[in-house]
Design a binder for this molecule. Structure first.
Ligand SMILES: CC(C)(COP(=O)(O)OP(=O)(O)OC[C@H]1O[C@@H](n2cnc3c(N)ncnc32)[C@H](O)[C@@H]1OP(=O)(O)O)[C@@H](O)C(=O)NCCC(=O)NCCS
Length: 181
């Protein structure tokens, strides 16, 4: 799994693949792992997706929810439906977790075609303003109670790895792209 995550997220400088793989190793060894799935082709692990714990800081209570990250397909296997199949299976798995919502940060083009909606339309805010509004997305896993709105809170491990939202100059570039579209 580490190999798949590392390769998918790239080995540039700084080595983003290592950053994501290290983050996921720490999520797995902590208290916040909820599920992970792999795609196997001819006996080889070619894709991976992780689901872990987060909260919605609603006015009435701190409500447990879940988040999807990372999603990875080996570069040589991309574009053949593996990521989409992992996403569908992850949403199914999340429905079994007894949590109201599954959140993620990512491309609204890719994820909106695969069941996700803009989280702000359901009253949810991202954990940081460094997640552009269209990129913060949700699948509701059941009926949303009226009171269940508010900021989504990630566990400390995501902050320790500085792994939520984007930072400049990437953030400014994505914001400009969203503003133009
Ligand atoms: C995103 C990813 C998991 C998709 O896996 P995959 O096995 O290629 O997915 P599928 O074959 O089911 O779907 C391919 C589609 O994803 C699109 N896609 C891939 N990366 C994308 C991105 N960063 N932004 C938007 N769309 C993307 C492709 O254009 C293609 O679109 P199409 O179906 O309209 O032609 C894979 O590209 C990957 O591992 N990327 C690097 C890691 C990453 O960015 N993960 C997601 C972080 S939010």
């Amino acid at each position: 799994m580490r190999h798949v995550i590392r390769e998918a997220f790239g080995a540039g400088a700084p080595a983003h693949g290592d950053q994501v793989a290290d983050l996921w190793a720490d999520v797995r060894s902590g208290d916040h792992l909820l599920a992970e799935l792999v795609a196997v082709v001819d006996g080889e692990v070619v894709g991976h997706v992780g689901i872990s714990h987060c909260w919605v800081d609603a006015r009435r209570e701190l409500a447990p929810a879940c988040m999807l990250s990372p999603l990875s397909t080996l570069p040589a296997r991309q574009g053949r439906g593996i990521g989409s199949a992992l996403l569908a299976a992850a949403i199914d798995a999340a429905r079994g977790l007894d949590r109201p919502a599954l959140f993620l940060e990512g491309s609204p083009v890719f994820y909106s075609q695969r069941g996700f909606e803009r989280a702000s339309t359901h009253g949810f805010e991202p954990p940081t303003r460094r997640v552009p509004d269209p990129a913060f997305q949700v699948v509701l896993l059941g009926e949303q109670p009226d009171w269940l709105t508010g900021r989504v809170i990630y566990p400390e491990v995501w902050w320790r790895h500085d792994s939520t939202g984007l930072r400049d100059p990437d953030l400014a570039a994505i914001e400009a792209r969203f503003a133009a579209s």
